[in-house]
Design a protein around this ligand. Structure first.
Ligand code: NDP
Length: 257
């Protein structure tokens, strides 16, 4: 088991990528604390994860609630070895049709809250711990309608590098996992029906060299790698889990003859 005797905090651990990662971490021997705002989703996740997981309802944009959640995890498990700052929201902010409220809520959740999650965790982290932040391909792809989300995820990458510098004296590693389109409930707003989901997936798949969207498990396995000692000399990196969408877009089906 790759995470035997390790302790982890996963924000947004009651759904999608966070839940897939919690599942994998528990399977690999870790004790895991998950957070989220929705008590019902949290309880369902905990039922599935079993006795090595605890859940704390906490809005990551609320600094006091985040500090309390980390303290609760530390009280249950002792010091933490892994933090996956994963909680995030999408949000459409096209030029000409966006409110300040939506724009700021994306930045507040995806950047500000990530910073304060790491800051809250610091006193409870073991030296040599691993912090993973969740980025996105949208930080570099220029998808129309996603200015706030793209800025937020570019902010995550930039912040990770600063954090890596600040935390290297404690041998704490800070890295980013940057998923491409991945099948999770985050798409429910953009594609509310099964038919709309299938159409969206098909459209996105044409822009991905490997020809499909990803599964949450594929991101979780990369997070596991970054969290584990297998990544012991990886610091300040960003790993894309995107079927080649950012590195080799010209290989996508849409460009093939
Ligand atoms: P989900 O919607 O399934 O999960 C999002 C999670 O974040 C939920 O657990 C949600 O819990 C939590 N969350 C959102 N806002 C807050 C908040 N203010 N406080 C606490 N928890 C919060 O989507 P994904 O699993 O897809 O998203 C996880 C991360 O992956 C996000 O950062 C997203 O940007 C990133 N990502 C996803 C991609 C995809 O295609 N799926 C692609 C690239 C990046 P609750 O609702 O209970 O608060």
């Amino acid at each position: 088991m790759r995470l035997a005797n390790k302790t982890a905090l996963i924000t947004g651990g009651n759904s999608g990528i966070g839940l897939a990662t919690a599942r994998l971490f528990v399977k690999e021997g870790a004790r895991v604390a998950i957070t989220g705002r929705d008590r019902g989703k949290l309880d369902a996740a905990l039922k599935e994860l079993g006795p090595n997981a605890i859940g704390v309802v906490a809005d990551s944009t609320d600094v006091a609630a985040t500090e309390a959640a980390v303290a609760q995890a530390a009280k249950a498990f002792g010091k933490l070895d892994i933090v996956f700052a994963n909680a995030g929201i999408a949000g459409n902010t096209p030029l000409g049709g966006s409110s300040l409220e939506t724009f700021e809520s994306v930045l507040r959740t995806n950047v500000t809250a990530v910073f304060f999650t790491v800051q809250a965790a610091l006193p409870h982290l073991n030296d040599g711990a691993s912090i993973i932040l969740n980025g996105s391909v949208i930080s570099v792809l220029g998808n129309p309608g996603y200015a706030a989300y793209a800025a937020s995820k570019a902010g995550v990458r930039a912040m990770a590098r600063v954090m890596a510098s600040e935390l290297s004296p404690r041998r704490i590693r800070v890295n980013v996992v940057a998923p491409g389109a991945t099948r999770t409930p985050i798409w429910d707003g953009a594609a509310p029906t099964e038919a709309a989901k299938a159409a969206l997936e098909q459209r996105i798949a044409k822009t991905v060299p490997l020809g499909r969207i990803g599964d949450a498990d594929e991101v979780a396995r990369t997070v596991l790698f970054l969290a584990s000692d297998d990544a012991s000399n990886i610091q300040g990196a960003e790993i894309f889990v995107d079927g080649g969408a950012t590195a080799s877009p010209a290989g996508a089906p849409v460009y093939r003859g």
